[in-house]
Design a protein around this ligand. Structure first.
Ligand SMILES: Cc1ncc(COP(=O)(O)O)c(C=O)c1O
Ligand SMILES: N[C@@H](CCCC[NH3+])C(=O)O
Length: 422
């Protein structure tokens, strides 16, 4: 039996695309398209690379659930020992529904509401990553009104260039995230003076889809400088949360492996005397991105003078990354055909010129064929919308030879349920 891997646990065997030991063609015929399929083993392997990197250290991996917040995906990581990084009250409820222990939940984001703070304090979450002085003031007030002290980290903005797409770069001065480097000590002194707050850590996240080590190493230096300064000012810092951001291979990208990256970062921590400090990280994409594919059916071939279009049944509402960031996702046939290829733009049925999934792709396909959009595990389903009253896709989790439907296809009735006709 020959196998040809495109991504870990996703590849061709005997002329057809398989996710682990399950035929993609069979799943698409059983559940319809568009269909997201995830390889559980690929997620656990990605997690194991981090776990290996932290062996023997006091470290907590909090999966950034914004990358893919489907319940079964969360359960997979929670059962493997992860905490969760959340950014809304909705994500808090999902995290709890997935069985995450509250103390392993950290709450990030620039715009937490009072109601969300109350709910998170009630649940007993591990840490609030606070992003502004105004937010510290409100959290202090909310916690005091509940007779509590909220555990806080301040997210600092190290002003390093993560060298990624401007929309997903977060650690520069011009970004809305975090507190400016030069304001950090003063902000910590303020937090430490608040009766409703308990300073527990420091937090930093410089961006997403980072494929180089240098920005991380620079950011670590900047954060450690701050820890030194904040502690010299009299505020102890128990943990360092270094965020997420590690990239994946979309199109021949070569990010460092998580354990290689952390070997370098831990060497820096050790060299600077912070090796014993508790660590937290918030990886999202690197845990799920390459564990998922989106299967779509070719509806029509539309050859043209300037462009040939392949119109498929998945669209920007299912796979928003190309439209939003000109992102590249690999596109491969589920049952490859022999013969010559043609250059196609793969586009969806939505009424927008921006509704494209891949441009200038070499494919040999016919109407009714199935295509797999690769690297679709992160920031696809979790960013899906109902534009054009399209129901969100179904999702299947594969574990070895077993496949489980983890989300039913959304119906129009589901969409209309909250609306009131005149
Ligand atoms: C605060 C925070 N933590 C973690 C993440 C996860 O990032 P990634 O999916 O790139 O690992 C993000 C998203 O960029 C974020 O904003
Ligand atoms: N949604 C982005 C990543 C955003 C990261 C969230 N802080 C993407 O698809 O690449």
């Amino acid at each position: 039996m020959s196998s040809d891997f495109l991504r870990p646990f996703i590849g061709y065997r005997n002329g057809q695309l398989m996710v682990e030991d399950v035929s993609v063609n069979d799943l698409a015929r059983a559940h319809g398209t568009p269909l997201f399929i995830y390889a559980k083993a690929a997620m656990l392997q990605a997690l194991a690379t981090y776990q290996r990197g932290f062996a023997g250290r006091d470290a907590q991996i909090c999966y950034a659930m914004k990358a893919n917040s489907s319940l079964a995906i969360l359960q997979t990581f929670v059962r493997a020992g992860c905490g969760l990084d959340i950014v809304s009250g909705g994500e808090l409820d999902r995290a709890l529904a997935a069985g995450c222990e509250p103390h392993k939940i950290i709450f990030s984001g620039v715009g937490k509401t009072r109601a969300e703070m109350r709910r998170a304090l009630d649940a007993g979450i591990g840490c609030f990553n606070v992003e502004s002085r105004a937010e510290l003031e409100v959290l202090d007030e909310v916690a005091r009104s509940m007779g509590q002290r909220a555990p806080v980290s301040v997210r600092v903005n190290p002003d390093v260039d993560a060298k990624t797409h401007p929309y997903i770069s977060t650690g520069l001065k011009g970004n809305k995230f975090g507190i400016a480097h030069q304001d950090a000590v003063e902000t910590y002194l303020f937090a430490a003076s608040c009766k409703g707050l308990r300073v527990v850590g420091i937090d930093c996240h410089i961006g997403s889809q980072i494929t180089e080590m240098a920005p991380y190493l620079d950011a670590m230096d900047r954060v450690l400088d701050l820890v030194t300064a904040i502690e010299a000012a009299g505020v102890p810092i128990q943990h360092i949360d270094f965020g997420g951001g590690l990239g994946i291979d979309y199109q021949g990208d070569t990010p460092p492996a998580a354990d290689t990256l952390w070997a370098a970062l831990l060497a820096k921590l050790d060299a600077r005397g912070f090796g014993q400090r508790k660590l937290m990280i918030e990886p999202g994409r690197s845990l799920v991105g390459n564990a998922g594919v989106c299967i779509t059916e070719v509806l029509y071939l539309k050859p043209g003078e300037q462009k040939n279009f392949l119109i498929v049944d998945a669209a920007m509402n299912d796979l928003p990354r190309p439209a939003m960031y000109q992102a590249h996702h690999g596109i491969v046939p589920v049952l490859p055909r022999d013969g010559a290829t043609t250059t196609w733009d793969v586009v969806g049925p939505v009424c927008e010129s921006g509704d494209w999934i891949g441009r200038d792709r070499e494919l040999n396909v016919a109407q009714g064929d199935l295509l797999a959009v690769l690297s679709a595990g992160a920031y696809c389903m979790s960013m899906a919308s109902n534009y054009n009253t399209r129901g969100r896709a179904a999702e299947v989790l594969v574990d070895g030879a077993q496949a489980m439907l983890i989300r039913e296809r959304e119906s129009v009735a589901d969409q209309l349920r909250l609306e009131r006709a005149l």
